[in-house]
Design a protein around this ligand. Structure first.
Ligand SMILES: Cc1ncc(C[n+]2csc(CCOP(=O)(O)OP(=O)(O)O)c2C)c(N)n1
Length: 362
């Protein structure tokens, strides 16, 4: 209770902005002690405000089944009164079940596009959609795909942030319609490209409840089915591949020991089914820019608000769910959460710390 509860805020904000499930259980003193000056007693009942989808303040049994089947964070503040049970061995937590979200089922909605040069750009968390459904969407559109997380999209155009940092390339590669799935938060050049696009269509369920002021030519909350022109421009994909190859040549002359090299080698060497947690800010950008696209990895990053707090903790949590896991964490982010190592560590987690004199991006 007390200030301890406020320590949930970073995780809460990440979960809110990513729209992922998080159940926050806080212990509290009985309500009658609030505002009495009682030790470590504050008002915890609505402490997480609008960032939780539901909040409960109780000293009784609760049926959480309805709220836990939705998405986003839920807070349950549990008041305990003396006498506290000193030998309560009931394992009530293991009875809590969170239903898997049913997201990404394409609505019956179908859109016609007359665009013969479409491009799909996918934000890091894919707005919750699966890789397979996004790949199918891009393939239906005959569109090249750019992914902030190239480690899960084998067919993505590599090094897109580097290619698009050149204004001439942005002009040469101008699409008729750009489909943006999720949020693109990593690369200025990709955002400049999107801003300069003739038509932008956003697909992200969070536009309904979180990013409600997001604007675009069109916005969908689910992946639509698309009807495309019969005479798609076949040279469109080849043009992107040409620029990708030019970027790869430029990158081949980088100094051997560099952050670019680190991201490239890690992306290449990790075995399939390995989990990889990547911290903000440079590490996640390095993978986006330098990694050669592949599939087979299960990637994680706190991209809800890109917090550098709690990153070791996140990686430790990830490791509990995978047999082999790695984390690439900046030195500042590592120091920020170093107390997490006081927890029991995971033998199956290897942390790679990028020692680059922390926070250079600022
Ligand atoms: C809690 C929090 N504080 C500050 C920031 C702003 N911030 C983003 S990246 C960064 C520096 C991270 O440094 P480091 O972990 O060494 O990685 P790199 O310098 O390689 O990006 C900071 C301070 C943040 N995202 N989250």
């Amino acid at each position: 209770s007390g200030t301890a509860v406020a320590n949930y805020y970073p995780a809460l904000l990440e979960a809110h902005h990513s729209d992922i499930n998080l159940l926050l259980l806080t212990a509290d003193r009985p309500a009658r002690l609030r505002r009495t000056g009682s030790n470590q007693t504050t008002d915890q009942s609505n402490i997480f405000g609008a960032f939780v989808r539901a909040s409960f303040d109780t000293d009784k049994d609760l049926d959480l089944s309805k709220v836990l089947s939705g998405s986003g964070p839920v807070h349950v503040n549990l008041q305990f009164d003396e006498p506290l049970l000193d030998q309560d061995n009931s394992d009530w937590l293991s009875g809590i079940r969170v239903k898997t979200r049913e997201i990404g089922k394409a609505e019956a909605i179908e859109i016609n596009t007359d665009s013969k040069k479409s491009l799909v750009i996918v934000g890091h968390d894919r707005a919750g959609f699966s890789v397979a459904e996004i790949e199918k969407f891009a393939s239906d559109l005959a569109a090249p795909l750019i992914a902030e997380d190239p480690l899960v999209f084998e067919g993505a155009i590599a090094h897109a942030p580097i290619v698009l940092s050149d204004e001439k390339a942005r002009v040469a590669l101008a699409a008729e319609t750009v489909f943006v799935i999720g949020r693109t938060t990593l690369s200025r050049s990709i955002n400049a490209y999107i801003q300069g696009a003739k038509k932008v269509i956003v697909i992200d369920p969070r536009t309904e409840i979180i990013d409600t002021s997001r604007t675009s030519d069109e916005i969908y909350t689910q992946i639509p089915r698309v009807k495309v022109p019969l005479d798609i421009d076949q040279s469109w994909h080849e043009l992107w591949k040409k620029y990708e190859a030019l970027a790869a040549i430029a990158l081949s002359v980088l100094p051997e020991w560099s952050e670019a090299e680190l991201a490239t080698v890690i992306a290449e060497e990790l075995e399939d089914d390995t989990a990889l947690f990547i911290s903000s800010s440079r590490p996640v950008r390095d993978f986006e820019s330098f990694a050669v696209p592949r599939s087979g990895l299960i990637t994680y990053a706190n991209r809800g608000l890109a917090g550098i707090d709690g990153n070791i903790s996140t990686a430790l949590g990830v490791a509990t769910q995978h047999s082999e896991s790695y984390a690439v964490i900046g030195d500042l982010a590592f120091l920020h959460d170093i107390s997490a190592l006081a927890n029991p560590t995971q033998d199956n987690l290897t942390i790679i710390v990028v020692d680059n004199d922390g926070g250079g991006i600022f």
